[in-house]
Design a protein around this ligand. Sequence first.
Ligand code: GLN
Length: 465
Amino acid sequence: MSEILKNVRSALDAAEKLNPELNAFLSIDRESAEESAEQAADGSGPLNGVPVAVKDNICTKGSRTSCGSRILGDYRPQYDATAVSRLKKAGAVIIGKTNMDEFAMGSSNENSAFGTVKNPWDTSRVPGGSSGGSAAAVASGIVRAALGSETGGSVRQPASFCGVVGLKPTYGRISRYGLVAFASSLDQIGVFGRSSADVADVLGAIAGRDEYDSTTADVAVPDYRASLSSGVGGLRIGVPRALFGEGLDGEVRESVEKAIDGLESLGAEIVDIDLPHARYAIAVYYIIATAEASSNLARFDGVRYGFRAEGAHELREMYFKTREEGFGAEVKRRIMLGTYVLSSGYYDAYYAKAQKVRTLLKRDFLEAFEQCDVIATPTSPSTAFRIGEKSDDPIAMYLSDIYTASANLVGIPGISVPCGISGEGLPIGLQLLGPYWSEDRLLASASCFETSFPLTGRPNVHAES
Ligand code: GLN
């Protein structure tokens, strides 16, 4: 048996063994993974034979793509997302599709129609969301890397909760073709890895202009792996101290401050910066994201995709019943919110206003990047919370995106890298944000940090234990 097939089988075995406990995968595709592994035996792509997992809102030809929702039923796309076809071309072997908050709406995975994902460090806790399944699959050692998606932090926040590296690229860096739309001006596919090097390899394989997505940019894709060793010598790291106050857990704060000191000891220069509009990011995000979602999700009507409710007597009733039965509570809440902020009479007060503040926020970041090369913050204000702890309080849940949402609103890249373990044994994430197209710089900084200050400790649920 080839080495590749052996590796792929052991990833499949681990996924099957751990899934009853973690619920990280919605489907595990042994047959097609083994077939691809056999083909990869003669391949030479940069990811040749590497087992990876893909979030279930990214289309995979012929295999179920549910978005964590009942409304898509047994939808099987007729095409691969560009990110998926590029992964395959690079030789990667997709072993399965990962669980997620319904339509990527959530910060805990509790909104999945198929049950919550458990955090491998402590199964009574959430893995973060919405790409919690991908984060858990990487953290538990099932795969080295996985794709997720980001609208407001859904790769970085679960990466932080699960102690892995998570990157959200510049808007337009990775094609959205085949990514089921949530909020199109914010959505990007993102990458999880056990290390920055894993993320660099996957990003390099999938990034770049795609004729199927006109919002991808014609910006050259650098060799991310080659720039990984550039270090942080002379790098100016901006710290927005005003954001380190209210709502931030004490231990997270301490750990992130220590990490910033650590970067300084590695040769970086620390500068104070101000992002005066960052405190509006959550309000702006939840107006713009819900507005766009209410429009994007109009297509799920029982006619075009998947599920259709039974027993309707006429068309409108069929639409109502299908959407009533097919969508979960959070998705309905957001469709209603989004419809409200776009409605005549409220449009100017909410949607138009939010767009204006979005521009101010963008200006804040452009000005900050005149004084620094990278911005450092916590990824999330807390460590992984308990399952059920915030599920009845949408506002508390929304606030967990406070550090991540800005990058999506502005379109800049961000990375979360593990920077410590809390007293309760839970990982803490450091977030680094950079100017447009600075993924290479972010990866190099994260790599320098993780090799100098590796995380001590390992998840309780792990493929190798
Ligand atoms: N937690 C945020 C939300 O619920 C972000 C989701 C995302 O990035 N997909 O919308």
